[in-house]
Design a protein around this ligand. Structure first.
Ligand code: C5P
Length: 233
């Protein structure tokens, strides 16, 4: 089956605008990312509705708990039938191994990826937690731990993608937000990259929100980006 490179971030507060937006997109051209706000407000029913419309879902809930609880949450996500789910790598090896084993038992295992260091965290935030490494060192360390724990990939910035690609291998899935077409506003993203450049840097999937969701014509924006990266798999 065709596997589009674009994941549209549906950062909506409730089902009505989210469904309206999905109706203006095309499952052949994108996956959809549902995060904590929308999922907490609307729950699994909305996920079902997206899937009925043919969309594959990245459930971006960033699970982080003791191994058994995280594994059960991942199993529940797999049972829902989502395409991708994620956990915090800071939960550690045992948590990630348990999560990996849990999704592997599903009839259709979702891709299981990890968040390494939140991009909102700077050096001083890590120091305050007692972590001496730089954010870049932590990202690499946690990505390697995620891979060694059986996960399929990580969320990372496109700037980090070449290093992670080099150290984690060509099969490792790199999911990159902070993507902006050349003519789009940066919004609140500080280190941005164009869709083409991100893929050239080694990204596997591009998480794109506002350049598509806030466009006057979301489908046209999606089609344009798809054309820009056409043929890059
Ligand atoms: O609208 P925009 O393209 O900036 O949306 C990016 C999406 O990726 C949002 O859902 C945001 O929460 C998410 N994200 C991010 N940076 C990270 C991790 C996730 O922008 N480091």
């Amino acid at each position: 089956m065709h596997d589009p490179r674009i994941i549209v971030a549906l950062d909506c507060p409730s089902a009505v605008p989210a469904l309206e937006l999905a109706a203006r997109l095309e499952p052949a051209l994108c996956h959809l990312k549902v995060g904590k706000e929308l999922f907490t407000a609307e729950g699994p029913q909305l996920i079902e509705q997206f899937m009925q419309r043919g969309f594959e879902i990245f459930l971006d809930l960033k699970f982080h708990d003791i191994p058994n609880t995280t594994a059960q949450a991942c199993k529940a996500a797999a049972t829902l039938g989502v395409w991708m789910v994620n956990v915090h790598a800071l939960g550690g090896r045992k948590m990630m191994e348990a999560a990996s084993a849990a999704v592997a038992q599903a009839a259709h295992p979702p891709k299981l990826i990890a968040v390494t260091v939140l991009t909102s965290m700077a050096q001083e935030d890590l120091s305050e937690l007692g972590l001496a490494a730089t954010p870049a060192e932590m990202v690499l360390r946690l990505a390697q731990l995620a891979r060694d724990s059986g996960l399929d990939g990580v969320v990372c910035s496109a700037q980090e993608a070449p290093l992670l690609r080099q150290h984690c291998g060509k099969e490792f899935c790199l999911v990159t937000p902070g993507i902006r077409p050349a003519d789009a506003a940066a919004d609140d993203q500080s280190r941005i990259m164009t869709p083409r450049a991100a893929l050239e840097n080694g990204a596997s999937y591009l998480v794109i929100g506002r350049p598509i969701t806030r466009a006057a014509d979301p489908l046209q924006a999606l089609q344009q980006i798809s054309q820009q990266i056409g043929g890059m798999a």
